[in-house]
Design a protein around this ligand. Structure first.
Ligand code: FAD
Length: 258
């Protein structure tokens, strides 16, 4: 007689949720990813992968580099506001850790991880992962192994993985923080993350205190809300023109909380 199927529920269909799904795929397991949004799409920013993570997704999981289009991060350069180079730090990740530090477009990485989690690859163990969109988890009882959806539906599992990210206020993870304070509330800075998607896009991250964004405090998804260019320009009014000249394009607003 075959052993009972081991049921796994992963709360959250982000990068972490699908990475967990790939890692947990195996014979005799049924994995369900519950995602609250109905689109389950990532935003258009870049994300860097440290060598330990890039080695796992490329060498162990065979993530298709061609589709995910990562670019190798070759180093950092730090400039002062006069445009003078202060420090240059080459990255020797490949030499030291046998894997590169990679820059992905978040959407490419997310799409690729989802594809690997949900496809029936001959080389991958276990059944493809089931994804349920528009399935917001509102309660999670880890002792009895039951999650409750907003619709009232209850689902049982032998293992529940919290991958609901830092934007969520539901008590899904056991180690959920109790306070939400911005660790970036004093910083005004700009970072040129570098080219992504084989130089099709260029990633730039600006940090400004919350109060300078004047974002709607009741907004549920400020993670993907558009930033206000006028307010961003005000925050960087003392920065030189070679920096601020980039603020003519659309930007998205991602609060740095917790
Ligand atoms: C500006 C910025 C730059 C960053 N750069 C990097 C970087 O370069 N490298 C890096 O490793 N990390 C970086 N991070 C951190 C990065 O965001 C995380 O590593 C990564 O996005 C986390 O993915 P996640 O899947 O854990 O969370 P998320 O991307 O937040 O995904 C969580 C998912 O869970 C869903 N969800 C939430 N609550 C529920 C619920 N109750 N029920 C069902 N579904 C739910 C959400 O809709 C979402 O799809 C950065 C963060 C910021 C803000």
């Amino acid at each position: 007689m075959s052993p009972p199927v081991f049921r796994i529920i992963i709360v959250g269909g982000g990068i972490a949720g699908f990475a967990a799904a790939i890692a947990l795929r195996g014979p005799n397991r049924h994995i369900t990813v519950l995602e609250q949004s109905s689109l389950n799409k990532e935003i258009g920013a870049l994300i860097s992968f440290q060598p330990n993570a890039s080695r796992i997704i490329q060498s162990n999981w065979g993530l298709d580099s061609q589709n995910a289009r990562p670019m190798v991060d070759e180093g950092f350069r730090i400039y002062n506001t006069d445009g003078e180079l202060i420090n240059a730090i080459p990255l020797l990740a490949k030499k030291v850790y046998e894997a590169d530090r990679l820059l992905f477009h978040r959407r490419d990485l997310h799409d690729n991880l989802k594809h690997h989690a949900t496809s029936a690859f001959p080389s991958r163990d276990g059944n493809p992962v089931e994804v349920r969109i528009a399935s917001k988890v509102v309660k999670c009882d880890v002792l009895s192994g039951v999650v409750t959806l907003e619709s009232g539906e209850e689902l049982s599992a032998d293992l529940i993985v919290g991958a609901d990210g830092m934007q969520c206020d539901a008590q899904i993870c056991l180690a959920r923080r109790t306070t939400r304070t911005s660790y970036a509330n004093r910083i005004v800075s700009i970072s040129f993350d570098g080219p992504g998607r084989q130089a099709e896009v260029y990633g730039i991250t600006v940090l400004v205190p919350d109060e300078q964004m004047n974002e709607d405090p009741n907004a549920k998804q400020s993670w993907v809300a558009e930033g206000d260019l006028k307010k961003i320009r005000q925050s960087f009014s003392e920065f030189p023109a070679w920096v601020t000249s980039i603020f003519k394009y659309e930007i998205t607003n991602t609060p740095l909380k917790d």
